[in-house]
Write a protein that binds this ligand. Sequence first.
Ligand code: PEP
Length: 248
Amino acid sequence: MMRKKIVAGNWKMNMSPAKAVALIGTLKDKINVTDVDVVVCPPYVALPAVLEAVKGTNIQVGAQNMYFEESGAYTGEIAPDMLVELGVKYVIIGHSERRQYFAETDVTVNKKVKKAIEHKLVPILCVGESLEEREQGITIDLVRLQTKVALKDVAAEDAKGVVIAYEPIWAIGTGRTATSAQAEEVCKAIREVVAEIYSQEVADAVRVQYGGSVNGANANELFNMGNIDGGLVGGASLKEEFVSIVNY
Ligand code: PEP
């Protein structure tokens, strides 16, 4: 089973619309791979400008979050239809920073995954353990549980299109990358739990990314592991280095 690799840049709370357009200008001529899905995820307010700036390139656009209701009295939130209308194709769901600072739980993550699928947005579902949890030896149990709850009531055909990002929290923004063996072990466990929930066919189709201090120097080794289908990249996606990750 050949899965297409997917490399996504999570810009977090960086890049005004003007800065975002400038960054796309730096990246776009250097990113010409067609065998890798390349996605950038700017802040909401930069989405229209970035969607315009990537026209005619292979760069696709995702949001960093969305709400699980259609519309209404949810001050400060963004509805799936709003993203779809702009032309957004992907949405990061349940990033550890959202779980940590904005009280997202496996249950709200599940609601968002289902809502994204309903609107034909591709969820990039984030899972991963803290350092304390790793040291306690519960990484695999925890990531299995996060994956199971996030995919609750998601149909098999829909699950095939979900991208799952394994992001150990201790590796995010710390410069401390998981070894390729550590990353592969958990990405393999994620694929196994998907096979248990659905089937081997679904597990073979699902793309599992690694995220956590991916850079131009370590991307090649990580993305060549059997169960790692690309990466979710934070810091290094804000600069030209993103090109060398995409062209790993
Ligand atoms: C992330 O936040 O998704 C991430 C992987 O960040 P960084 O690459 O900066 O560790």
